[in-house]
Design a protein around this ligand. Structure first.
Ligand code: FRU
Length: 489
């Protein structure tokens, strides 16, 4: 189907139930539906929104275009969970219905206040000349899960010095005041974030641009987030328009963070160290964090990227969210750990232990499509060693340690149906340690790799054949000792 503007901006109620049913069937017969990741029933999912803990449950909304695998009229879709593992599809959370969101209820965040959950999002509207007019809007969810919008936006338009690329408010509370950070583009077409303050969530005052050292760092910063860990401030955002640099910035757009002193709310200054990417893989964007009742800082990302075609598109859907990861600040770096609750997914366990010397091995009963796999490699003198998953006759996805160059490598060049090849099929990053631990979460069409308990994370979609189920371990140019446990999911 050709996705004309008209088709992208159709509303759900304009579509017949027959058309919806056909779409559902098309999605249902897709071989790459995920089994334990949040994914849309139909259409396209993008950014996580409104991630929060409220009234005894985790709430996680996402950007949703229901009618196909393209970016069209965006809704907020609502999911919830008591354990961050099993998610219930609640339904549409925010429907773009008012003049200030005529072209989509764009990304935003949530905050509990006074017994209610406040949802702060961008109303995207366009006029007859297709000029964009952003509004920042508020909706409130009560204990029964009923969501009501404010009559009017709480922030109209854009402050002087910035363009209409002005969106994705993230709110938090500090010392009885509320702050919102918003992604922006300066009039000279460079990206940045700005800060607002409020005492009641209704009236917002523009405090200014967050002062960083990054004056020319891409053309737009999307989905900003600010939080504190160990008394340090962390500014997370998704800059667009960075050029690749060595192993860095290989995707179409990036997401990463700055660590610094706590943000100064009076001057808006943020003293920080250099920008670091949060994820080293292929498909990761627009992450959002929340702090839960156990005081954990947890992040979820969109396992996808804008402007890239994926093999599921022809099945009428696209993308999923990542697993929730707990964030820990250690030695000036964010460590990401899959939340502990995920161990609930562990079923049948198989363990192997072996020595590898210039060889490749597989083991009976050691294979699968959806599982968690933990491998530890020690005493290595091999020049490289690692693991291949979803191995079939002509397919495999390789995760390895290249000891010669001290690099972790995630190679999807033979993973299955190819896509986004213009951005390369290998991701790698520097890493040196004499003990290497790979923890992999493998779902029907994705891999999330945690290296040495979250020091590095690589996230990637893969589209192998269903029958590609093999697992192989290998060492080249020497020896390594290894131990692995696999749990079926
Ligand atoms: C990031 C983004 C946001 C915007 C949303 C629209 O992926 O472009 O900036 O609010 O997606 O769906």
């Amino acid at each position: 189907m050709e996705w004309t503007r008209e088709k992208r901006y159709r509303r759900l109620e304009e579509v017949s139930s027959k058309e919806m049913q056909e779409l559902r069937e098309r999605v249902g017969s897709c071989p790459w539906r995920q089994t334990y990741h949040i994914q849309p029933e139909t259409g396209l999912l993008n950014d996580p929104n409104g991630f929060s803990y409220y009234n005894g449950e985790y709430h996680l909304f996402y950007q949703w275009f229901p009618l196909g695998p393209v970016h069209g009229l965006k809704y907020w879709y609502h999911t919830k969970s008591v354990d961050l593992v099993h998610w219930e599809n609640v339904g549409i959370g925010i429907e773009p219905a008012k003049f200030f969101e005529s072209h989509g209820a764009f990304s935003g965040s949530a905050l509990e206040y006074d017994g209610k959950l406040y949802l702060f999002y961008t109303g995207n509207s366009r006029d007859e000349n297709w000029v964009r007019h952003p509004y920042q809007c508020m909706a409130v969810m009560d204990e029964n899960g009923t969501i009501e919008k404010f009559e009017n936006p709480v922030i109209h338009g854009v402050p002087e010095g910035y363009t209409d690329h002005f969106r994705d408010p993230k709110i938090w509370e500090n010392d009885k005041r509320f702050y919102a950070i918003i992604g922006a583009q300066r009039s000279n077409a460079t990206g940045c974030v700005v800060l607002y303050e409020s005492v009641n969530l209704k009236d917002w005052e523009f405090l200014g641009e967050v002062g960083t050292e990054l004056q020319e760092f891409g053309f737009m910063w999307e989905c900003p987030d600010y939080f504190e860990l160990n008394e340090q401030g962390i500014l997370l955002f998704s800059p667009q328009g960075l050029q690749p640099e060595g192993d860095h910035y290989q995707n179409i757009y990036q997401s990463g963070y700055l660590i610094g002193d706590r943000l100064d709310f009076t001057t808006c200054e943020f003293q920080h160290t250099e920008f670091k990417e949060l994820d080293r893989g292929f498909d990761f964007y627009a992450p959002q964090t929340m702090v839960d009742h156990n005081n954990r800082r947890i992040v979820v990302g969109w396992m996808g990227l804008p402007e890239i075609e994926y093999p599921t598109d022809r099945h009428g859907w696209a993308h999923c969210l990542t697993l929730p990861r707990e964030l820990i600040l250690e030695d000036g770096k964010l460590i990401q750990r899959p939340v502990e609750e995920l161990t609930k997914l562990r079923n049948k366990e198989v363990e192997i232990e072996t020595h590898l010397t210039n060889e490749r091995k597989s083991f009976d009963g050691f294979n699968g499509v959806t599982y968690e796999l933990c491998c530890e490699f020690v005493n290595h003198d091999a020049s490289e060693f690692g693991i291949e998953v979803r191995v079939g006759e002509q397919e495999k996805t390789t995760v390895k340690y290249d000891a010669k160059h001290n690099k972790i490598v995630f190679d999807r060049s033979l993973s299955g149906e190819s896509f986004a090849e213009e951005y390369g099929t290998v991701r790698q990053c520097e890493f040196s340690s004499n003990k290497i631990k790979f923890q992999l979460f493998v779902d029907s069409s994705s891999i999330e790799l945690f290296v040495n308990d979250g020091e590095e994370v690589f996230t990637g979609r893969i589209f192998p054949k269903l029958e590609s189920k093999g697992i192989q371990v290998f060492a080249d140019g020497g020896e390594v000792k290894m131990k692995a446990i696999k749990w079926d999911y």
